[in-house]
Design a protein. Structure first.
Length: 489
């Protein structure tokens, strides 16, 4: 039935009573003959009997349909099944083991946490193995001084990551350490030396819902390529522009604020190793952490502001935009300035008061299966040595990608730029790179292959042999083929 049995039965009983009363009233008040009154009363009684029979039939139907023992048993079974499903879902959410006040298991990474949620530790890892091949032409006077083909296997990094929170979710930590290139920026003669490395290591305190402060070692909030971590890059390696003009990592303190559509970072640190500054100071280690109270920078300030026009912040942690993902647009502007200390150990006159500053702007767009990225960097060095009173550097990077299947992506990158002084190159770098990514299991298991062509000079300033590009000041015909297998957990 479409209506409630109880309400319907009550209505029928009320109708029956009304009919009975009507019959009695009619019998007692209608002025008629005795036979006529008897006929009317019989008619009313027949009508009441039919209504009573209908009520009885409906009562029997309601009892059989709604109040049978099978109905009660079925409802109880559904209730028990719903309870069991809720328990199983909660068990899956808490993962494998629950005992003695701790939880552990796998959820995108291995994790261990306390039952009250105050402490949490996640363990991850990354392994990147490359095979690189470089070809250089022979149109120079001394063609026997190098090989036309040069190939080698490399392992750019093997690292472990530890992150989580302690004493509540507002106190986060992150450590990134392992084995990698000793000098990935070609600042020293130790070009292919592998050594223990510490990348990021910081503690973050949540001040408000939108503000936090970070203390330790981290990537300076300047160029977009530096803020996208190594496993989430598009090509095998970042651009040569980023290797030379990106600020990379340093140690200090950073304030971050983030709202729904804006994000701002302000960092005060030991300064950047970019543009040979660490090498000029005579430091033996080109990568932080550096020795305390050594000759480095008088002060260093970095700021970056980002505006999110579409999408969510999480999707901009990588360059790719897989099919089915949300569309997104983000714009970034950043600036940096640092002054060197005046007690330089360099014997050629030292740094009177070296000043280094730079600005950059970038746009990132993601289109549910395709992406575009572009950035421009301008930097200036002043009074870093008698031979280098002023150096200007201007460079840009353009990068785009599209998926041809749900797991395979084609991409292309063009980069150009360099210093304006002949004494340190004076060239305009021009490199075009095309490649393919195959995501066997997202970023966790990925194969990348790319091939790059140089259309201009690759000076000693911009060259980076670890990324495959050697100095090529005259030949203008260098080609680099790189492949990489990435495993991350």
């Amino acid at each position: 039935m479409d209506r409630s049995p109880k309400r319907w039965i009550a209505k029928e009983l009320a109708t029956y009573c009304v009919l009975a009363c009507t019959a009695i009233a009619s019998a007692s008040t209608t002025p008629s003959t005795f036979d006529t009154q008897l006929q009317d009363l019989q008619l009313q009684l027949d009508t009441a009997a039919r209504a009573n029979k209908a009520v009885r039939l409906e009562l029997d139907e309601a009892r059989d349909t709604y109040y049978s023992e099978d109905w009660l048993t079925q409802e109880r079974a559904e209730s028990v099944m719903s309870l069991v499903q809720d328990i199983l879902a909660d068990s899956d959410h808490r993962v494998n083991l629950y005992g003695d006040g701790s939880m552990m298991g796998w959820n995108d990474s291995f994790h261990l946490s306390s039952a009250d949620g105050l402490f949490d530790l996640r363990l991850g890892g990354l392994l990147q193995q490359q095979l690189s091949t470089r070809w250089q032409g022979t149109n120079s006077a001394n063609s026997n001084s190098y090989d036309e083909w040069n190939s080698n296997f490399t392992m750019s990094r093997m690292q472990l990551t530890f992150d989580g929170h302690v004493f509540g979710r507002g106190n986060r930590f992150y450590f990134e350490l392992g084995w990698g290139m000793y000098d990935p920026y070609n600042l020293t003669a130790q070009t292919f030396l592998m050594a223990p490395r510490l990348w990021d290591a910081w503690i973050e305190f949540q001040l408000t819902d939108e503000a936090s402060v970070k203390v330790g070692q981290f990537s300076l909030p300047f160029s977009r390529e530096a803020l996208v971590k190594a496993p989430y890059q598009m090509a095998v390696f970042a651009s040569l522009v980023e290797y030379r003009m990106g600020l990379e990592q340093s140690q200090g303190v950073q304030l971050d604020t983030q709202s729904d559509d804006k994000r701002f970072s302000l960092a005060v640190t030991n300064g950047s190793p970019a543009l040979f500054q660490v090498a000029l100071w005579g430091a033996q280690d080109p990568t932080p952490p550096w020795n305390a109270l050594g000759s480095d920078t008088m002060y260093s300030v970095t700021m970056r502001h980002e505006w999110k026009l579409l999408g969510d912040w999480k999707q901009f942690e990588q360059f790719t935009s897989p099919p089915g993902s949300e569309k997104g647009i983000m714009i970034g502007l950043a600036g940096h300035r640092q002054n060197s200390e005046s007690n330089s150990p360099v014997p050629i006159g030292g740094f009177p008061d070296g000043v280094f500053w730079g600005v950059t702007g970038d746009v990132t767009m993601q289109f549910d299966g395709a992406s575009l990225f572009g950035s421009v960097i301008y930097e200036r060095m002043l009074d870093f040595a008698p031979l280098l009173p002023k150096v200007n550097l201007l460079a840009y990077v353009l990068q785009g990608s599209t998926y041809i299947t749900n797991q395979t992506e084609l991409f292309m990158r063009y980069e150009a730029g360099g210093p304006d002084r002949e004494s340190i190159g004076g060239d305009v770098l021009q490199i075009a790179t095309i490649g393919v990514n195959h995501y066997a299991d997202g970023q966790d298991l990925k194969f990348t292959a790319d091939i790059g062509f140089s259309f201009g000079e690759v000076s000693a300033t911009m060259a980076n042999s670890q990324a495959g590009w050697a100095e090529d000041a005259r030949r203008r015909n260098q080609m680099v083929l790189r492949t990489q297998l990435q495993l991350m957990f």
